[in-house]
Design a protein. Structure first.
Length: 417
């Protein structure tokens, strides 16, 4: 089981290139490659551990997947697909549900294990299923599996109850090969949705409006395989900015875009940090103890829930008291108890956390409960006296491509063992 060992080592300094968003964007494009009988190449896909799970899943389905050099992934879904996603893989990674749409569209049926909840809360798929039903699929949920059938999906108007990222992606992907026009209303507007739509359009899909609340997809008869690059990881970029807020210093991030993390940058500005766009990415400087601000998570373009644990770590050492409200997941404050073990003053009540900044934390052995919780505890270690050992960092490696290495390249003392 991997652990990160962190010691405070003063302000950060330097330039780092932000990795591709394998987990939150690339995996969905791997799933969408199942739509095409041909060889798809995806570039800028660093080797996070969820990539191995998606590769295993696509192989179980019958695709040939090669993790090629230079962060390239090659998927050959030419023939022989078995439209079934086994429990062992779905339970390891929720993004497995993203194969449901492509399999249904390509094979006319799919049998996918139901993902359960996880360490950040209950994570249902009802909106995915209602959307496929609206598109004419017959859905049968039994014995822990979803069995979906539709000889030919038909375009439909789907109104999502909540702008779910996964439901928007799954429905949009399947709709590309449906007969007629699909409109997804109250669609998620995350940049990863626009990245997926651009990929589908490169293959010959007709998707308009991705990145807005209404996406219109005109079904096409067939798609062609393409060679495509994944967007930069905005959560990694935000994580490194927060690291700079916690440790102080001056850093430059190459490859990221301000408009992908605008609210995070705005909040950091309100706290007293300077962040501005550069021709290649973002520049940030923090030479003072930051002031507390309230934070409430919301779907994009609001403050993303994936930044919330990092924000709590930052607020734990800021000046003043902040109220943090988590509106997306019902169990994402689990990591708070670990932060409290490091001397943070945080109290949670339902969807809220009250964070009283204490200035300095105290290094301790702690445990990561999910990917962002582990990153938050690692960052907290940068402002803690003594040594912090973050256990269970396999969670962090699911989504970050070598977070310790990235922090080290900015002068931090973080090692992985
Ligand atoms: N929801 C439902 N029914 C559904 C779908 C979602 O009730 O049919 C609820 C979920 O239970 C949850 C909320 O809606 O409370 C948001 O879920 P959403 O579908 O938007 O999230 P997701 O697609 O499962 C992706 C990211 C998450 C990120 C969310 C929100 C990936 C692989 N995962 O999950 O990333 O938090 O969008 O932005 O892209 C992370 O990176 O740490 C992470 C958890």
């Amino acid at each position: 089981m991997s652990r990160f060992v962190v010691r405070a080592s003063g302000p950060l300094s330097g330039t780092v290139e932000v990795s591709g968003a394998t987990k939150n964007s690339g995996l969905k494009q791997m799933a969408a490659a199942l739509l095409v009988p041909g060889v798809t190449r995806l570039r800028n896909m660093p080797r996070v551990s969820d990539l191995d799970v998606m590769a295993e899943l696509l192989r179980a389905i019958g695709a040939r997947v090669e993790l090629a050099p230079d962060n390239e992934v090659v998927i050959d879904a030419s023939n022989g697909l078995q439209p079934e996603a086994p429990y062992e893989l779905v339970t390891r990674m929720r993004a497995s549900i993203n194969v449901l749409g492509p399999l249904l569209a390509r094979c006319g049926e799919a049998r996918v294990a139901l993902p359960g909840g996880d360490n950040i809360g209950s994570r249902k798929v009802d909106m995915h299923l209602r959307g496929f039903e609206a598109m004419g699929a017959e859905i049968d949920v039994r014995h822990g599996f979803v069995h979906a059938r539709a000889a030919q999906l038909a375009g439909a108007r789907v109104v999502l109850e909540f702008p779910s990222v996964g439901a928007t992606e799954n429905l949009m992907t399947a709709a590309v090969l449906a007969k007629g026009t699909t409109v997804i209303d109250n669609a998620a507007r995350e940049p990863e949705i626009a990245d997926l739509a651009a990929f589908l359009n490169r293959m010959g899909g007709q998707v308009v409006g991705a990145g807005t609340a209404t996406i219109e997809i005109e079904g096409v008869e067939e798609l062609a395989p393409v060679d495509s690059a994944i967007m930069a990881d905005r959560v990694e970029a935000g994580t490194l900015l927060m690291a700079c807020g916690i440790a102080g210093g001056e850093i430059e991030l190459v490859g990221t875009r301000l408009e992908h993390i605008e609210i995070v940058v705005m909040k950091l500005g309100e706290m007293g940090m300077r962040v501005s766009p550069t021709p290649d990415g973002l520049w940030a400087r923090c030479d003072t103890r930051l002031s507390a601000v309230d934070v409430a998570t919301l779907p994009h373009p609001g403050f993303a829930t994936d930044f919330m644990p990092l924000a709590v770590a930052l607020l734990a050492v800021a000046n003043g008291t902040a109220i943090v409200t988590e509106n997306v997941y019902d169990g994402r404050f689990q990591f708070v108890d670990e932060l409290v073990r490091m001397g943070a003053d945080v109290r949670t009540e339902g969807r809220h956390a009250i964070v009283r900044g204490v200035g300095r934390l105290s290094g301790a052995p702690v445990s990561a409960s999910d990917v962002r919780a582990g990153a938050a505890l690692t960052l907290a270690g940068l402002a803690a006296d003594g040594e912090t050992v973050v256990h269970d960092c396999h969670h962090v490696d699911r989504g970050y491509a070598d977070l310790p290495g990235k922090l080290r390249s900015l002068g931090a003392d973080v090692t992985s063992c």
